[in-house]
Design a protein around this ligand. Structure first.
Ligand code: ADP
Ligand code: MG
Length: 244
């Protein structure tokens, strides 16, 4: 990576500046964290798997009309992306109740959610990424009312495309987290990553509630075979093209 200036090192990726100020190089790491980095570890091969899964999903989304930051992958664990100013809101979409939703509402794990739930969280590790209301995020000036509408609409469109795509992979898309960013002209792009680290994915070929888990819950809950599960997601994703 010599010659490139490191801009930011996050929990899962390192951002490098490139010769072009509009383009960043993201390096996907094998580091794994959960529960706001209170649990730390490493998953062999994760960087490459997540980078390849994310690249494929960004391409699928682009063909379905969702603008993303994705440009290309110069190596299997590096992605060139359009530089954006990240909106500090994590947008979560839920199709099935799991995780914190169950803990905070008493809904049973696996309860179908229709229409899908869109939730906003403040992207702030020091505060523990608290859940936001629209009134709070407007108060904090994290986004304008028009941008809130756009975040919601884009997140629901991503959900529609990905539910369908993962269905063809024999995988149920339970929930996921998205980040969006603004180009200098105000255009909103889907940014960051979409991977087994940021989605809950259940194998439709397994009924056992632990065996079906193909995502970061395997790491969070010490279910074992994390790399293997991520690898299987990659294989199934790569076997599907954008169109049916
Ligand atoms: P974190 O520890 O904050 O989750 P990651 O390691 O996942 O960080 O990613 C590094 C950072 O890169 C994140 O803060 C993310 O918001 C940011 N980022 C993702 N895509 C872009 C982009 N296109 N332009 C600028 N920043 C980005
Ligand atoms: Mg992240």
């Amino acid at each position: 990576m010599s010659g490139l200036e490191k801009r930011y090192e996050g929990k899962a990726k390192i951002l490098y500046a490139t010769d072009d100020p509009d383009i960043l190089l993201t390096h996907y790491k094998d580091d794994a964290t959960a529960f706001n980095a209170q649990k730390r570890g490493s998953i062999a091969g994760k960087g490459e798997i997540n980078c390849r899964v994310a690249a494929h999903l960004f391409k699928v989304l682009e063909t379905q009309g969702v603008p993303t930051h994705f440009i290309d992958c110069p190596t299997p664990n590096q992605m060139r992306v359009r530089a954006v100013t990240i909106v500090p809101i994590e947008v979560v979409v839920r199709n099935i109740a799991a995780g914190s939703l169950c803990q905070q509402t008493g809904l049973e794990l696996g309860t179908a959610i229709a229409p899908p739930l869109v939730e906003f969280y403040y992207k702030n590790d020091d505060l523990g990424d608290p859940m936001l209301t629209v009134d709070r995020l407007l108060l904090m000036k994290l986004a304008t009312p028009a941008q809130v509408d756009q975040l919601r609409a884009m997140a629901l469109k991503v959900n529609e495309v990905l539910i369908d795509f993962f269905q063809r992979c024999n995988i149920t898309l339970v929930d996921f987290k998205l980040e969006f960013g603004l180009r200098p002209d105000g255009t909103m792009l889907l940014a960051d990553e979409i991977s087994p680290d940021t989605c809950r994915l259940w194998d439709q070929g397994e009924t056992d509630p632990n065996l079906r888990v193909m995502d970061k819950d395997r790491f969070r809950r010490d279910l074992g075979n994390v790399e293997h599960a991520y690898q299987r997601v990659l294989e199934r994703v790569l076997a599907q093209t954008a169109e049916t």
